[in-house]
Design a protein around this ligand. Structure first.
Ligand code: NAP
Length: 282
């Protein structure tokens, strides 16, 4: 039965045109017969605080927050443990008049791996994370939740990797960018959390031939859908998890918080977003 209360949510970013979140959430609204709308809101940094604090007055029950507002969103809301630990919030909602926040990249990353590579975390003695930006923080926190024993954080700027390891404690250690291939033989999981491999960016040069045959390769980049890293991993017969899967899974919690129903990530939804991404590449 269709719900009757109209609710609206949005994605706040600067720029925001590229966001696929409206496609995902409006698909679910239609699919579940929920009266509502999900919009884009282009808000510059200097207007973000005022905009986020006025969400309810603008008729919104909540919002996604994207670049460059994720740290600001954390600072002006009552964050859950997840957002605090990651140091960034990507989802806002109103709870009894209080602006709350969380970081759904953590579960997006984990749920996607669970779906693509069941039991990937069974023997997580050594994981290699490439990158030390916001996405890497969510990935490292997620891996710690699943009991990773040692996480190598490999970054072009070593100091950023070191700072991130101090934040997360003894299970994470920083490694030089030049060491990335040497770390692969003992890795159960490799995650690309850099921008390398993205459309208009250089490729990620990584010798996946050095990985054990049971290793899993995850790439957070989703434009293109199949990055050169994923292509090489598939070519070696390794299990992979792509960035689009993470993007779809991270959207689930926001939708449930705003519209009161936990949506499903289906093959049909994936096909719709894939078609949109492929269209944007041509
Ligand atoms: P960010 O904070 O800007 O971090 C970018 C990272 O890429 C840094 O570690 C940076 O290294 C590294 N990098 C950039 N250019 C490089 C180069 N030429 N060589 C080596 N390393 C380089 O970005 P982010 O927010 O963490 O996002 C990272 C990626 O994850 C993006 O592609 C983003 O689209 C993707 N992402 C996907 C999802 C999803 O749902 N699938 C969610 C979040 C993010 P330095 O520290 O040395 O600059």
């Amino acid at each position: 039965m269709a719900s009757e209360v109209f609710r609206a949510a949005c994605v706040i970013g600067w720029p925001v045109e590229h966001s696929r979140s409206p496609l995902i959430h409006n698909y679910w609204l239609r699919h579940y017969g929920i009266a509502g709308e999900y919009r884009r809101e282009a808000v510059p940094p200097e207007r973000f605080a005022e905009f986020a604090k006025g969400l309810a007055a603008r008729g919104y029950v909540g919002a996604n927050v994207t670049v460059p507002h994720k740290e600001a969103a954390l600072a002006l809301s009552q964050a859950d443990d997840r957002a605090e630990k990651v140091g960034a919030a990507n989802t806002l909602w109103l709870e009894g008049g209080t602006l709350r926040s969380t970081n759904t990249d953590v579960e997006g990353f984990l749920d996607n791996l669970d779906a693509c590579a069941p039991r990937w975390d069974q023997d997580l003695r050594h994981a290699v994370v490439l990158g030390a930006g916001g996405a890497a923080r969510a990935v490292i926190y997620a891996l710690l939740l699943r009991g990773a024993e040692r996480i190598a954080v490999v970054n072009r700027t070593l100091g950023r990797a070191e700072a991130l390891c101090r934040r997360f404690g003894a299970h994470a250690y920083a490694a030089h960018w030049d060491e990335r291939n040497a770390l692969l033989p003992g890795a159960a999981l490799v995650v690309n959390a850099t921008t390398l491999g993205m459309k208009h960016e250089p490729d990620l040069v990584l010798d996946v031939g050095r990985l054990p045959s049971v290793a899993v390769v995850a790439d957070l980049v989703y434009v293109p859908l199949v990055t050169p890293l994923l292509q090489a991993a598939k070519g070696r017969g390794l299990r992979t998890a792509d960035g689009l899967g993470m993007l779809l899974h991270q959207a689930v919690r926001g939708f449930a918080l705003w519209f009161g129903r936990k949506p499903e990530v289906t093959a049909e939804l994936r096909k719709i977003v894939e078609a949109d991404l492929v269209g944007s590449l041509s």
